[in-house]
Design a protein around this ligand. Structure first.
Ligand code: SF4
Ligand code: SF4
Length: 303
């Protein structure tokens, strides 16, 4: 809740006096029409992370700004928030990011981006995002190298600074805890104080059953007492506690191919729609019940 209020106040300062009224109007229309108020969009299937063990996507799809615009124009209720995020990918890898941001900003009241912070191209720091979320997998060079298998910690710090220097958006830095970095919390808080990061957060890395990305089982912070996962007698990853509903019940996910899905973690085994239309949004709104009931295979690993 504190993060939401801080974000709201920061955006209000930048977007002007009428911004909260427009936001409340959009939220009311979404509620009235039963459409989730958030959309997570994947700009690109590519990633500049170059982590050891992560396969490079061959011919990665890039979300076309025109297709994003068609989806948003077809919706019976424009989303309150649009968030650019990756799924085994990173938004900064899209050469179309500027046009995507402009299209998204036109159709929403809050526009944010999550990134690993590598490969920031000149000019991307000034794109019209209200909020940047940088996800670091470690708070020092040594644990970074162990998680990612490369030594680009300094590049990520420099890119955070480049975005902060614009003063045009709220910047939040998240430490994602993995096996090599689960003890990095105190150091991360010292780093944040030293660098003047006002908004920080710590979260455990999510298990990725595909086994090819950083979220594979050997990277999970299973030794940390409050890690949400454990290994059962057969060596399979399990959640210690099944949370209540779906943490993303209020959002839908549009992937880089322009396919609408319940969330970034569900795949083709779960419902998905490829054609933008009013009926597609009406079908998608019915997924909320199944999401809250944790009825999709991917929900098994959702903390
Ligand atoms: S593991 Fe994740 S951050 Fe690293 S290259 Fe692959 S998709 Fe990018
Ligand atoms: S995996 Fe299931 S519980 Fe997790 S965000 Fe997706 S729908 Fe919700």
């Amino acid at each position: 809740m504190k993060r939401t209020i801080a974000t709201g106040l920061s955006i209000w300062k930048r977007r002007g006096f009428l911004w909260p009224f427009r936001l409340l109007k959009r939220a009311a229309v979404c509620r009235l029409r039963g459409i989730p108020r958030g959309l997570i969009a994947e700009p690109s299937q590519a990633c500049h992370g170059c982590c050891a063990g992560c396969p490079t996507a061959v011919n990665p799809a890039m979300l076309e700004p025109g297709l994003l615009h068609r989806w948003l124009s077809a919706s019976p209720a424009e989303p309150v928030t649009i968030h650019f995020n990756g799924k085994h990918s990173d938004p900064l890898a899209s050469p179309l990011l500027k046009d995507l941001a402009l299209a998204a900003r036109k159709h929403s009241s809050m526009l944010s981006i999550s990134t690993i912070g590598l490969g920031l191209a000149p000019g991307q720091e000034s794109l019209p995002f209200d909020r940047w979320i940088f996800s670091l997998p470690a708070s020092n060079e040594a644990s970074w190298n162990e998680v990612r298998g490369n030594s680009r910690f300094g590049e990520a710090l420099a890119n955070i600074e480049t975005v902060r220097q614009t003063g045009a958006a709220m910047v939040e830095v998240v430490l994602t805890l993995w096996r090599p970095s689960w003890r990095d919390g105190d150091e991360f808080r010292r780093l944040a104080a030293h660098r003047g990061w006002a908004h920080i957060h710590t979260a455990f890395g999510r298990y990725d059953p595909s086994g090819q990305h950083v979220g594979r089982v050997e990277n999970l912070a299973l030794e940390a007492p409050d890690c949400p996962y454990f290994l059962d007698a057969g060596g399979s990853v399990r959640l210690k506690r099944q949370s209540g509903g779906c943490p993303l019940a209020g959002c839908l996910f549009l992937d880089a191919k322009g396919i609408l899905r319940p969330c970034p973690f569900t795949g083709d085994e779960s419902p998905h729609i490829g054609e933008p239309s009013v009926d597609s949004w009406r079908t998608a709104r019915k997924w909320t019940e199944q999401k809250n009931g944790r009825g999709y295979p991917a929900c098994e690993w959702c903390p």
